[in-house]
Design a protein around this ligand. Structure first.
Ligand code: AMP
Length: 402
């Protein structure tokens, strides 16, 4: 039997097919530019440990229904899924679970209604996730389907950590509080780090740094998230590719008054035109690092600001946790950028965090990498994240498979 994991975005559908119970990847694919004139779809089937077989399509995909049909067709044609009877379950990534979902759940009408009610909290993501769920449920109504929420892992945060110092009434009536995101990734890499260290996660204090185009930090005590840098939305916290992270919200009132910018323009500015892109015009860390090394001032500033913000969160979470057994770097930047890791840990030796420059700069190594110096009190690890695998694992657990 097999498990299919679906990540349905507003204009794309990512999917991965896993074998049950060992959860080896059988195939992974992507349907892009849904709703655009020209669509693209691709599936790579892993025929064996060494063989790969890639199928590509360029055709218009008008909506998610067609995207799911195209996915089924590609899965069939590549020979990895003859029919839905081979599917044990489907796992769906859902961005916002509000306060209602603190663990993955089997999807039924009540769950769909609850995800729908949460749309105002995640107006860009939850509708796209829901469309994927609805279409998949219609397509294969007899297969168990599970929702895995990005926010769920952080539902263990204590009240003093998730509340904003805003009028309390806003929490009671409008659900204004910090939720945190990237939870599947934070939970997954923390568990892998504990396994790697040969320790029970219940006895560890860990800071996880998910640094990709979106970026967030989490303070994890005994396997439970006690704080995280993203808040009511993914805008808060670390500097990201195009999102500002923390800044004084009074700047928005100032720009509204002085420049006459409306809500949509301000929203676009802080979410799409800020962060690394806002500082230096570029949001790919590879390009930024290269430009900074060539002496480009703004690229250098972007790199410095990005790493300084991470360092501040490491310091804050060391204070939150008291002692820290392990810091974990993950995400496209965290896994690949030695420069970012080095700069983020620079000057932290007094706090027991010592990075080993030689270990840190070893590139191209697959799997978990130890990058702390011998005398470091805190271990520093690079742990590749795998959100799809974690969704498959949680789907399997909810369905009692394996
Ligand atoms: P993610 O959102 O986790 O897929 O991460 C995407 C980001 O990872 C990209 O925007 C790149 O900036 C960054 N990235 C990927 N590979 C590298 C690399 N070798 N060095 C630095 N940054 C990288």
């Amino acid at each position: 039997m097999k498990i299919l994991v679906i990540n349905s975005g507003s204009s794309s559908l990512k999917f991965q097919l896993f074998a049950v119970p060992d959860l080896s990847v059988i195939a992974s694919g992507l349907v892009e530019e849904i709703g655009e004139k020209q669509g693209a779809a691709q599936i790579t089937a892993f025929v064996s440990d060494h063989g790969e077989n890639t199928l590509k399509r360029n055709e218009q995909v008008s909506d998610h229904r067609q995207a799911i049909e195209l996915m089924s067709q590609l899965l069939r044609e590549s020979g990895v899924l003859a029919g839905s009877s081979q599917l044990a379950a489907i796992g769906h990534r859902v961005v916002h679970g509000g306060e209602e979902f603190y663990e993955p759940v089997r999807i039924d009408k009540a769950v769909i209604d609850a995800i729908e009610r949460l749309v105002p909290l995640a107006p860009l993501h939850n509708p796209a996730n829901l469309t994927g769920i609805r279409v998949a449920m219609e397509h294969v109504p007899d297969i168990p389907q599970v929702a895995v929420f990005d926010t769920a892992f952080h539902q263990t945060m204590p009240e003093h950590s998730y509340m904003y110092a805003l009028p309390h009434e806003l929490y009671d009536t409008m659900y204004v509080r910090r939720y945190g995101f990237h939870g599947t990734s934070h939970g997954y890499v923390a568990a892998r780090a504990a396994e790697h260290l040969g320790r029970h996660i219940e006895e560890l204090k860990i800071i996880t740094l998910h640094l990709g185009n979106g970026a967030s930090a989490a303070a994890i005590s005994g396997g439970r998230s006690v704080d995280t840098s993203m808040g009511f939305t993914p805008l808060e916290g670390l500097i990201m590719g195009t999102r500002s992270g923390d800044f004084d919200p009074a700047i928005l009132f100032y720009l509204g008054r002085e420049r006459g910018m409306d809500m949509d323009a301000l929203d676009r500015m802080v979410n799409k035109d800020s962060g690394l892109k806002g500082i230096c015009g570029e949001n790919d860390m590879r390009t930024i690092t290269e430009a900074a090394a060539r002496g480009d001032k703004l690229a250098g500033l972007a790199l410095d600001m990005f790493c300084y913000r991470i360092k501040k969160y490491i310091g804050a979470y060391m204070a939150v946790l008291g002692t820290v057994d392990c810091i974990v770097f993950t995400g496209g930047i965290g896994e690949n950028s030695a420069v970012v890791r080095e700069k983020a840990c620079e000057g932290l030796a007094g706090l027991g965090v010592c990075l080993d420059a030689a270990k840190n700069s070893r590139s191209g190594k697959k799997g978990i990498m130890e990058i702390h110096a011998d005398g470091s009190t805190t271990r520093i690890l690079v742990v590749p994240t795998d959100e799809e695998l974690e969704i498959a694992r949680q789907t399997m657990a909810v369905c009692g498979l394996g």
